[in-house]
Design a protein around this ligand. Structure first.
Ligand code: NAI
Length: 254
């Protein structure tokens, strides 16, 4: 397993679901982990689980779509935990509806959280990551991991806003990798298929069955399936991997 001792990670939208599991997995590998969600108190359980791994935890209230809150969050994490080596842009929302009836508000809300939030945190951590140095003075950079989605690759009826936001995250991931690679900052995305979580629990049974029919491995993914891939991208085992979109979807699409 990756050894992240001495590293500091920041995970957005980590009060529950995939983000909470990613935070716990990075902590179990030895990283100090800061987590944020819309309200600091929502993060309490995740922070307890992080600290139970014997590392430092920190929970912050941040709306990822608000530039000033994002900048303040990054400053606070560095003030309290010293640095940021691993940035996981996980916070995400859906507001589904057919595009002909989709309101401007629903379009903006999803793009602002999923795509703009990812951009804001990437911009905010880029400079601090450039300054990360090992004890011998060599540039350490960092690893940025974005949560995309299978539907950002293939499209999905009823999710114009969400699919566009995740398609945007994929393009942003590739651009970030190109811009920051020379500073040893890697940027990759995980594109989950359908994962058992609060986001998919609300799907009607017939929709769940229709999705299941498209999954060769015949099960929805688990939050652990995603967290293990993020762990690999966070650590040195993936040191030569950047600009990639890793599909973790039970074989739905390549
Ligand atoms: P979830 O809805 O269980 O958790 C998302 C978290 O983000 C929540 O704690 C929520 O409070 C937080 N959040 C929402 N808006 C925020 C904001 N403006 N600022 C800060 N935090 C905010 O979702 P889940 O399933 O854990 O998804 C996590 C990520 O994985 C999302 O980016 C999602 O799009 C992506 N994903 C999920 C899939 C699934 O099947 N569950 C499939 C593909 C991608």
């Amino acid at each position: 397993m990756a050894n992240l001792k001495g590293k500091v990670a920041l995970v957005t939208g980590a009060a529950r679901g995939i983000g909470a599991e990613i935070a716990k997995t990075l902590a179990a590998a030895g990283a100090d982990v800061a987590v944020c969600d819309l309200k600091a108190e929502w993060c309490e359980e995740t922070v307890k689980a992080i600290e139970a791994c014997g590392v430092k935890g920190l929970g912050l209230g941040v709306n990822v779509a608000v530039s000033s809150e994002v900048d303040a969050c990054v400053k606070e994490v560095i003030a309290k935990l010293g640095r940021i080596d691993i940035m996981v842009n996980n916070a995400g929302i859906t507001k589904d509806g057919l595009l002909m009836r989709m309101s401007d508000e629903d379009w903006d809300a999803v793009l602002n959280v999923n795509l703009k939030g990812t951009f804001l945190f990437t911009r905010a951590v880029a400079r601090p990551m450039m300054k990360n140095k090992a004890d011998d003075g060599t540039q350490q950079g960092g690893s940025i991991i974005n949560l995309a989605s299978v539907v950002g690759i293939m499209g999905n009826a009823g999710q114009a806003n969400y699919t566009a936001s995740k398609g945007g995250v994929i393009a942003l991931t590739k651009t970030t990798a190109k811009e920051l690679g020379s500073r040893n900052i890697r940027c990759n995305a995980v594109a989950p298929g359908f994962i058992q979580s609060k986001m998919t629990d609300v799907l009607p049974e017939d929709v769940r069955q229709a999705y299941m029919n498209q999954i060769p491995l015949k099960r929805f993914g688990t939050v652990q399936d995603i967290a293990k891939c993020v762990l690999w991208l966070a650590g040195d085992d993936s040191a030569y991997v950047t600009g990639q979109i890793i599909s973790v979807n039970g074989g739905m699409i390549g």
